[in-house]
Write a protein that binds this ligand. Structure first.
Ligand code: C2E
Ligand code: CA
Ligand code: CA
Length: 511
């Protein structure tokens, strides 16, 4: 059945769309989490760098303070200055030793008193700071020397590398943190390295000190973003997977809906797949072809010709029956109007109409266009309304039927006997024909009760002066019975099955 068949889209495409609709949100969510992680790492490295800069500046302030106090003593006697040198070491927690320099000669030290050592200002970055990998007293222990000079006078205060590496470790607990002074740099393990700072591949932040000649760099090693995500976001990953599955399911359901009956019908309507078939209606007495009932067929590209009872209920439900009927009427015009001059006048053309088609006056225009397409007076348009689905009488329907009658359109009650239309109803809508349902015709000669109902219908229609059409005439016996009971028109396989337009026109010329 065409309306329950799976979408005609290829299975592989459907699977791909389902997978994509599940995977894409997960990828997107993953990308967002990745960005979020990178931002968090960047923030962390910036905070670390800022904090380290602040702390190193404070340490160096402390160290510089000692040098400032001692500078005026430079050039004077070491003996006189010794105590002052040691006092500064005691007073300043980060200062390990203090020294006096005159004319680039270190001549007095808090450690040794009188001392002689050449000082090379070029060793000091910006003449101010020198990161050393230890001195003769403490080899292989980092040491930061601060140099303050005024002309020939100079004071050197040294900062214990232990404090520096300790700070690098404490502040940069989550981060790689490095201190660079000139061409040397210190890592958190307390080692001094020569050369440029190594790159920190993830979220590197660098801060340059204003007052002192050093730089700090914070960042993370390769792969840190993923490590961060896998430690911080597992609940979000589960949520992402959950949404991915939901989205995949929605994608799957939407694709199924894309092949829902109304969508499929609309596609078929646009593709012109609904075509008219024509079944002859003959005169009860002469058996001459006096008209036709237009029956819709769906020329489905895969399923072939589809019977109307398989899709008309969907079409009614989705409201598409109105444009579908309109298309059917237009095709009928295009096929029959060119040969209408040769019709046995008036040639009855029966079109099946549903109640939903009678809710506004559009039908009047459709019928007017239909009639105008034919040679004037050559046809009689009959709208067939099934008795099982009667129209509610309202102002609009009255107006509609009045205008339809004004156009000369006739009304037939289809499947008569299967519903329960009252006499009042028949009068109200000015009905012209009753179409006896084929179930009664099939019972001719077989079932006494149906035979009785059939006789009553024929009698009733005669009394109400209504034309009568018997449907589903399949045997000569049925035909004879109906003819002797003066049924005006007969329709059924005995006279012709529903056929395509070209066949109908061809057959018509022989009748
Ligand atoms: P219906 O209006 O009662 O149409 C008569 C049905 O009886 C047609 O079936 C026709 O092929 C079938 N028929 C005709 N002669 C015989 C016969 O001697 N023996 C038997 N067993 N059947 C016969 P079809 O074409 O399959 O249409 C079925 C129903 O679908 C129609 O019943 C009508 O209610 C609906 N339909 C068809 N075309 C349209 C349409 O364009 N619009 C609307 N709204 N409904 C339509
Ligand atoms: Ca009908
Ligand atoms: Ca019928």
């Amino acid at each position: 059945m065409p309306l329950t068949v799976k979408s005609r889209r290829k299975r592989s495409i459907r699977i791909a769309v389902t997978v994509l609709s599940g995977v894409l949100p997960v990828l997107l969510g993953f990308a967002i989490l990745n960005m979020q992680a990178e931002r968090a790492l960047k923030q962390s490295s910036e905070q670390t760098a800022d904090e380290a800069l602040l702390q190193f500046n404070l340490m160096l302030d402390n160290t510089a303070e000692a040098a400032q106090v001692l500078l005026p003593l430079a050039g004077g006697s070491c003996n006189d200055a010794k105590l002052a040198l040691r006092e500064q070491v005691t007073r300043h927690p980060f200062v390990r030793s203090t020294n006096l320099v005159y004319d680039n000669n270190l001549y007095c030290s808090s450690l040794f008193g009188d001392y002689q050592q050449q000082v090379n200002p070029g060793d000091y970055t910006q003449g101010q700071l020198w990161l050393m990998n230890g001195n003769p007293v403490t080899p292989n222990t980092a040491l930061l020397v601060y140099r303050l000079s005024d002309d020939k006078k100079g004071a050197l205060t040294t900062l214990n590398g232990y404090h520096l590496s300790n700070l690098l470790r404490l502040i940069g607990r989550q981060t790689s943190l490095l201190l660079q002074v000139g061409n040397n740099w210190l890592s958190a393990d307390g080692k001094v390295h020569k050369g440029a700072l190594p790159a920190l591949p993830v979220a590197q932040s660098t801060r340059v000190s204003g007052p002192y000649a050093f730089t700090v760099a914070a960042g993370f090693p390769e792969g840190e973003t993923w490590r961060y995500m896998s430690s911080e976001y597992p609940p979000l990953f589960s949520l992402l997977i959950f949404f991915g599955v939901i989205s995949g399911l929605i994608g799957h359901v939407l694709q199924k809906r894309a092949s829902s009956p109304s969508v499929e019908l609309r596609r078929a309507l646009e593709a012109g797949e609904f075509i008219p078939y024509f079944q002859p209606v003959v005169h009860g007495d002469t058996k001459k072809w006096s008209g036709t009932e237009v029956l819709m067929r769906w020329n489905h590209p895969k399923e072939g010709l589809v019977r109307p009872d398989l899709f008309i209920p969907f079409a009614e439900h989705s409201g598409l029956i109105v444009p579908m009927t309109r298309a059917l009427m237009q095709q009928t015009c295009a096929l029959l109007a060119p040969v209408s001059a040769s019709f046995d006048k008036p040639f009855h053309i029966g079109i099946n109409i549903t109640a939903s088609h009678c809710q506004d006056l559009e039908l009047v225009e459709d019928c007017r266009e239909f009639i105008e397409a034919f040679v004037p007076g050559s046809i009689s348009l009959v709208l067939e309304l099934t008795e099982r689905e009667l129209i509610e009488p309202t102002d609009i329907t009255h107006q509609l039927f009045e205008q339809l009658h004004g156009l000369g359109v006739m009304i037939a009650i289809d499947d008569f006997g299967t519903g329960h239309s009252s006499l009042g109803y028949l009068r109200q809508f000015n009905v012209d024909f009753l179409k006896i349902d084929q179930s009664f015709v099939a019972m001719i000669g077989a079932d006494a009760l149906s035979g009785h109902i059939l006789d009553s219908i024929i009698e009733l229609s005669a009394k109400l002066d209504l034309g009568i059409v018997a449907e589903g005439v399949e045997t000569e016996a049925q035909s004879d019975y109906l003819t002797t009971h003066h049924v005006n028109f007969l329709q059924g396989y005995l006279f012709g099955r529903p056929m395509p337009g070209a066949d109908f026109i061809n057959a018509l010329s022989h009748h």
